[in-house]
Design a protein around this ligand. Structure first.
Ligand SMILES: [Zn+2]
Length: 121
């Protein structure tokens, strides 16, 4: 027996013994299921869109960081801090708070949208 069992597999559709590297069965033409560990699992990449939005509402950019978009999250955080510094003395405290809230909502909406995008891919 020259042929190792690891080098071949059986087509789940027609039962033909085929090379394990084939992505489609040469006998029936059906696509073959991936070899274990070759393709990322679909379920593990799922992100909670609502959680991402809530995180960004609480701390601007936190939702983006949760989604793994660290630089995007930090950009949001730095922008909101810079706005606070730039508009200090120009806007009243209340106006600054409103600006901060508006920015949090934008950040939350962005996080929510990004999470859905990640879940779709
Ligand atoms: Zn087949």
């Amino acid at each position: 027996m020259e042929m190792s069992e690891e080098k071949t597999k059986y087509c789940p559709y027609c039962g033909a013994q085929i090379d394990y590297k084939y992505t489609t069965c040469p006998s029936c033409g059906k696509p073959q299921p991936p070899i274990d560990g070759q393709l990322p699992l679909r379920t593990t990449g799922k992100k909670n869109a609502l959680l991402a939005a809530i995180l960004s509402l609480l701390i601007t950019g936190a939702g983006q960081i949760y989604l793994g978009k660290v630089w995007r999250g930090l950009a949001y955080l730095v922008t909101v801090l810079l706005m606070g510094i730039l508009f200090d003395g120009i806007l009243t405290f209340d106006e600054l708070m409103i600006l901060g809230v508006v920015f949090s909502i934008i950040s939350a909406w962005d996080a929510y949208r990004m999470a859905n995008e990640i879940n779709r891919s």
